[in-house]
Design a protein around this ligand. Structure first.
Ligand code: ADP
Ligand code: MG
Length: 486
């Protein structure tokens, strides 16, 4: 497995990356209040007295949010800490009415775990998860609503987040993208976060450092805050690694600092240095008891876990005999995997995989549609495959039928009947056409018999053309061979 290397002026460099992902917990109500979490509501319409931090209001932990964190921890093959604690992380900001965020600092609910990356070419690699903890989201400052004023929307204030921290095990933009893709896939399978980066329900802080190839110690890192798409994560890493290499090769040193990704200018810029770093004055939140779980509670959550992408992939490889790459593509989303299984049931599994991945996903990609919006249902695609398998139509004609199915939503059999696309397997009929083709091309027949064997394809082509593609290609080949060589 190759680790990407950046060539500098004075030698080769390697990137070291660790990601902190904030994933919004799927839960109808907030972490410590009963207010709704629905996205896109009118500003400040989903704010309880707790979220607005009115004096004397007390937080009450949301049991479902805790279960979601445990569920995620189990999905990340992580230790679940039966005892965890909430702390206050103190800082002042206009959209943080409490003046502190309730988070978990020393004692997170989930400890060490791991994620298996699916890398291009079918390679796999394990990346360590350091921890997962629960915390509240802040409100949102709106700077673009008024020329001289900033407004605050507290709908998001108090929404439950899981902060998922990776070990510095990633070695380049490709790894980071694979990590985020896999994490999102697992969260969606688990139903604990919708992974929607555009709506901000999954946000990412990217820690980047560089070191000379061969060095074992890590370099000083910079943290790039709140990058909101996988594409931007890749770009920010590329840019930041080069920036650091340039400084180091120029004899300078890297200051640990927090930076921002500026997508408009495609660069990172300094936000605050370590000296300006917040002193959060963490202390245990006196309004909340330590969080204690029992083994039985954890086991109850474990009992409801779905089959996760890695297990599903393994099953697809073993049960259906699919190549690892195909299995990976199919299991990336649960809906895709389910669609495939519905098509494959009782049919040739590899043929089904080819049709689902190449033809269906190819067509969906072109129109930007999700598999759940497919104009051709799994049953319909299965019906088309049946027509190929029982020799009603050839694979070639099937592609035309499929194109028509995508457009009209009709069943394959109906299209085949309507358009008279039934494959001709009648040997006598094909023989007659072959005779015509050979008679019409007597010169080429002579050339073929004289040794120009490449012409065989020409005869196949002519015969298929004469039957509008409907002749069974196997039968055509057979007849041509016996007539030409016999
Ligand atoms: P903080 O709480 O200050 O953000 P952490 O120790 O929790 O610091 O680390 C945050 C992230 O930085 C983790 O994802 C970790 O993997 C990553 N990280 C730590 N050291 C390095 C390094 N030298 N280069 C790149 N990433 C690093
Ligand atoms: Mg951090």
């Amino acid at each position: 497995m190759s680790i990407p290397v950046i060539q500098g002026d004075t030698g080769d460099w390697e990137m070291v990356i660790g990601l902190e992902v904030h994933a919004q917990v799927i839960s109808r109500s907030k972490l410590f209040s009963g207010a709704s979490t629905v996205f896109g509501a009118a500003p400040n319409s989903q704010v309880s007295l707790v979220d607005a931090a009115l004096p004397g209001m007390l937080p009450v932990i949301n049991r479902h949010a805790v279960e979601q964190a445990v569920r995620t921890g189990l999905g990340l093959m992580a230790e679940i800490n039966l005892k965890s604690r909430f702390d206050r992380k103190n800082y002042f900001y206009a959209d943080l009415p409490q003046g502190y965020q309730i988070s978990q600092y020393e004692h997170p609910i989930v400890g060490k775990g791991e994620i298996i990356l699916d890398l291009p070419g079918g390679a796999m690699r394990t990346v360590g998860i350091t921890r997962l903890h629960l915390e509240q989201d802040a409100g949102k400052s709106l700077h673009d609503q008024h020329p001289t004023q900033t407004f605050v929307d507290l709908n998001r204030s108090g929404v439950a987040l899981m902060e998922i921290v990776s070990e510095p095990d990633l070695r380049g933009p490709e790894d980071a993208a694979a990590y985020l893709t896999k994490l999102r896939s697992i969260l969606r399978y688990l139903g604990t976060c919708d992974g929607n980066m555009e709506e901000g329900s999954m946000r990412c802080d990217v820690n980047v450092s560089v070191r000379r190839v061969g060095d074992t110690a890590f370099g000083t890192r910079c943290e790039i805050k709140n990058v909101n798409s996988i594409r931007h994560v890749r770009q920010a890493i590329e840019y930041e690694a080069r920036r650091q290499i340039e400084i180091l090769e120029g004899g300078g040193s890297i200051e640990q600092e927090t930076r921002l990704w500026d997508p408009g200018r495609s660069l990172t810029r300094s936000m605050r240095s370590k000296e300006e770093a917040h002193d959060y004055r963490y202390f245990p939140d006196p309004d909340l008891l330590p969080l204690e779980l029992t083994d039985a509670e954890v086991e109850a959550v474990r009992a409801t876990l779905p089959e996760l992408p890695d297990e599903k992939k393994l099953r697809f490889i073993n049960h259906y005999g699919l190549p690892a790459y195909d299995a990976g593509v199919l299991v990336a989303e649960r809906a895709r995997a389910d669609f495939y299984e519905a098509v494959a049931r009782g049919r040739d599994a590899k043929l089904a995989a080819n049709w689902v991945i190449t033809e269906l996903f190819g067509a969906l990609n072109k129109t930007g549609k999700d598999v759940t919006e497919s104009p051709v249902s799994a049953d319909q695609l299965g019906g088309l495959i049946d027509l190929i398998t029982d020799d009603t139509i050839s694979g070639r004609i099937a592609k035309d039928v499929f194109a028509e199915m995508l457009e009209t939503g009709k069943d394959a059999a109906a299209i085949v009947e309507e358009k008279g696309l039934r494959q001709v397997t009648d040997t006598g009929a094909i023989e007659a056409i072959v005779d015509q083709v050979l008679a019409k091309n007597a010169d080429k027949v002579a050339e073929y018999r004289g040794g120009k064997e490449k012409l065989f394809g020409f005869f196949v082509g002519q015969t298929m053309k004469a039957t509008q593609g409907k002749a069974n290609p196997g039968v055509v080949n057979q007849i041509l061979k016996s007539k030409l060589n016999g």
